[in-house]
Design a protein around this ligand. Sequence first.
Ligand code: F6P
Length: 362
Amino acid sequence: MSKKIGILTGGGDCPGLNAVIRGVVKSAIIRHGWEVIGIEDGFDGLLDLSKCRLLTLESVRGILPRGGTILGTTNRGNPFSFPVDQAGKTVLVDLSDKVVENIRALGLDALIVVGGEGSLKIALELVKKGVSIVGIPKTIDNDLCGTDVTFGYNTALETATDALDKLHTTAESHHRVMILEVMGRYAGWIALESGIAGGADVILIPEIPFDFARVCTAIHRRSDRGSRFSVLVVAEGAFPAGGDRVVAKEADEINIIERLGGIGQYVAKQIAQCLEMDVRVTVLGHLQRGGSPTTFDRALGSRFGTKAVAMVAAAEFGRMACLRGRKIETVTLEGATCDLNLVDPEGETVRTAEDIGIMLGR
Ligand code: F6P
């Protein structure tokens, strides 16, 4: 039976989103002969029908290697708590009924939501209002439960590892301590795995509060052994034992998520006091969210996209496509969003790092 499905991309962008969109559009059209409506700017697009357009095979031609999302996104748009100007004052209003009404007006049989924890939680609330939704796990942070890995993470890792390779040579030439601050929000995956792959000497992650004195001792030991340079990777969410995270912008009513940033400079300032070496900081920032997706993310994004279409065909709603081992499977949206997927401080990856002499700040 012919269907009309919608797709939106929500939250921070990441490499591989276009591969997902292409996978959805191509399999919906080629395998099923369905119609696909692209919704611009995340859930915001469902509040404004002029932001909804037909996606054809032509619309997705050539987008596979492109970073970003051809549909646009926003990491603020929550229709359950939408900022509206009322008499010169911004107030938060629940516009979710309008979203449901517009989904009906568009004639959508199902909606595919490509997003991280925030967007998938909104999706779950819409499912409770009767919308037929399938989720796809996206984020460079790799912090979503229910899937072994999210798409976008692998490309971010490549970017961080490449930065570490580059910092190594200049650190060695100048006998310096180089600190690389990476993203990841409250999860240390990017720092940990890029640190292992990029040969970092110290990795600081949110899951293991660190001790400044121990970090300094590790750097001194390296100097004593003749390595007059050190490379540190610091996750933006890392914090010292007994201390706080460094926040670039506090959360407020409108921006409900605090923006992390600045821990690299903070660590530099503290360790400079106990070292006789130059310390420099690089904040990798949004470079981690851009660029052409890796082969892994293109393939994973395509697999997630086609799986989501198959889930719609099988009426498997309220669930998310996920990777388990080498297989694409499905998990409930509740299971995917009830917790964050954080690094296990006693797990195998941390152990690998410590076994090869990387200092984790403890
Ligand atoms: O969740 C992805 C992410 O890039 C985080 O790693 C980071 O903390 C945050 O988004 C940055 O968000 P923004 O794009 O609002 O600066």
